[in-house]
Design a binder for this molecule. Structure first.
Ligand SMILES: Nc1nc2c(ncn2[C@@H]2O[C@H](COP(=O)(O)OP(=O)(O)OP(=O)(O)O)[C@@H](O)[C@H]2O)c(=O)[nH]1
Ligand SMILES: [Mg+2]
Ligand SMILES: [Zn+2]
Length: 290
């Protein structure tokens, strides 16, 4: 048989091998040496062209341009990021949620908020805060609605350890039976034994299981510059450019449209507080430091 050129998507990468799904099946491939020279690492989620060979190892020959790429977890081409937020155990922290939505926005990923453990504590205050963002908000019990959000897209789940990400993914597709904390504790196994990203078919879409990566990894490895920050707050966008001063940083200046909208309750105070805190952090970062 002759060598075959196929298009596909990297479902996972382990120990230098990549598993590429194509219309003709799944193929184990090696990356061409050229990528190493170009300092380009194939990532789970990458759309690639591969050559399938009869008597030699299959290779990834080309990585198609990416929509986005995260460092940690190392994944590409994500469409939606599900932020799982628990009402309790662990308690939600708005600054963390807001930083994560900013990282998503910066990468062209649509955040979707999923509230879990609402059987343990009320979540109304948080729902009220995020209503003004316009983001889709769902409870972890709304499985069909969550499945509809996944269909046709590449999705990732994030959120603190213990919020119930794996539990939810298992409920969305019981055939997966990924290991939850409960089980790994019972088996006396250390948490996060595997640290690789892998794509699964769930609900007519692809879900990246980022076992071993925490939202902290995302938070620590993605940087947003201060001039890009306001744009990452989705609900600020309609008003940007309407401040009195073109140099307005929206942190309490006179004639700031964003601050006016906060006063009017159109933008939630909590989100603006996060913005101010993140702006302070971002001030310390210079582009040449990246
Ligand atoms: N009461 C309650 N418990 C839940 C809910 N969702 C998950 N849990 C429990 O929370 C614990 C942690 O759930 P996991 O799914 O392992 O959490 P995780 O987000 O995957 O955690 P990491 O893998 O460490 O990031 C388990 O004991 C679950 O049974 C929920 O809606 N309500
Ligand atoms: Mg988990
Ligand atoms: Zn302003």
């Amino acid at each position: 048989m002759m060598d075959q050129t196929l298009n596909g998507r990297i479902m996972k990468g382990i120990g230098g091998f990549y598993y590429v799904e194509t219309a003709s099946g799944l193929f184990e491939c090696k990356a061409k040496g050229r990528f190493r020279k170009e300092k380009l690492t194939p990532l789970a989620g990458d759309l690639v062209t591969i050559t399938v060979r009869e008597d030699k190892e299959n290779t990834i020959d080309r990585i198609l341009p990416r929509k986005n790429a995260l460092k940690r977890p190392p994944v590409a081409n994500i469409d939606r990021l599900f932020l799982v937020i628990s009402a309790a155990k662990p308690l939600p922290r708005t600054l963390v949620i807001d930083k994560l939505t900013c990282i998503a926005e910066k990468n062209g990923i649509e955040p979707v908020l999923i509230f879990s453990k609402t059987d343990l504590a009320p979540i109304d205050d948080l729902v009220a805060i995020y209503r003004t963002t316009g983001y889709t908000m769902l409870f972890n019990t709304q499985l069909d609605e969550i499945r509809a959000q996944i269909a046709g897209r590449v999705c990732a789940f994030t959120g603190n350890s213990g919020v119930g990400k794996t539990t939810l993914i298992n409920r969305l597709d019981p055939s997966l039976s990924l290991e939850t904390n409960e089980i790994s504790e019972k088996l006396g196994r250390g948490k996060h034994t595997t640290r690789h990203a892998e794509l699964f078919h769930i609900a007519d879409g692809l879900v990246i299981d980022t076992a071993g990566f925490s939202s902290l990894d995302l938070l620590q490895n993605e940087v947003i510059l201060k001039d890009d920050l306001a744009d990452c707050f989705h609900e600020f966008r309609p008003y940007l450019g309407e401040c009195k001063f073109t140099t307005c940083a929206h942190i309490g200046e006179k004639g700031c449209k964003i601050c006016e909208m906060v006063e009017r309750g159109e933008i939630s105070l909590s989100r603006h507080k996060s913005y101010c805190a993140l702006y302070e952090d971002a001030k310390a970062i210079r582009e040449w430091e990246l």
